[in-house]
Design a protein around this ligand. Sequence first.
Ligand code: FE2
Ligand code: FE2
Length: 311
Amino acid sequence: MSTEYVPIRVSTLRGDQKIDFDAYVKINEKYILYIKSGDSFEGERLQRLKSKKLKKMFIAPDSEQRYRTYMQKNIEMAYDKGSGKDITTRAEIIQGNQQSNAEAVMEDPGNAQAYQETKDAAGKFVQFLEQEDKSLSSILNIVNADQNIAHHGVTVSSLAVALAKKLKVQDPKQLQLLSLGALLHDFEHFQSGVAINRPIEQMTEAEVKLYKQHPQLGAQKVQDKKHFDATVIKIIAEHEEYVDGKGYPYGLVESKMDPLSVIVAPCNMVDRLITFEGVPRKDAVKRLMITAVGRYPLNYIQALGDIMSAL
Ligand SMILES: [Fe+2]
Ligand SMILES: [Fe+2]
């Protein structure tokens, strides 16, 4: 067998369709068989796979076509309401696909094709959230156990679309850009690998200073990429701003922010509390009400409360 193994994203292994290829992990320059053809990854099996915190695995070059077919079948089935598969499994596949798209852009922001595919998928994702009752709860029920930045992006993206819907944002183009910007908002964390999984109050002064630059540093890295939409760059730059002007890095007031950033900011904070600070999901919005008064428009926080309590 050739040693030219091909990397695959673990986030694409989802759902009850059995894989028809073997997947390997690389340890000390050796490829070790890790999961076998015939396995599938739904429900508890998915949680087990996620708990391994592996982002990439490898397949033999002669499996590549079978892997591609597997992925394509999975995503087509997941977006097909009439496929006969339950919404939980379909949502797991769609969540994984969104996460994989986010990873592709964040790993290689210069890749215009990856960006375009992710942008198209963001539009599809909006439709899925809009058209199916249990879509949002099924997506948000997938616990981000490995505190993955791309998974956090999918969660914030889902919340942002739900919040926009409550605020009567209807333009599909705007919703697509909102979904895409929210998906990619923490671009810088993905690149820098800073340990963000703790409250900001627990960071040292130097860490806080660096942390507070992440929206700006992230935006700067994609500023020169012609395929990046200006609105997406704005969302990356402004997602930690507060409407009272006391956020960071720029201290913009609401009227100076892109309206889509105003939507993403509280959604980001809700999932930051849940995923990185260990706040129970049912308490996250309550926490925001108490500690973040004035940082986000009150009616946005209330709408998020309604969204979360309906899950
Ligand atoms: Fe952030
Ligand atoms: Fe974030």
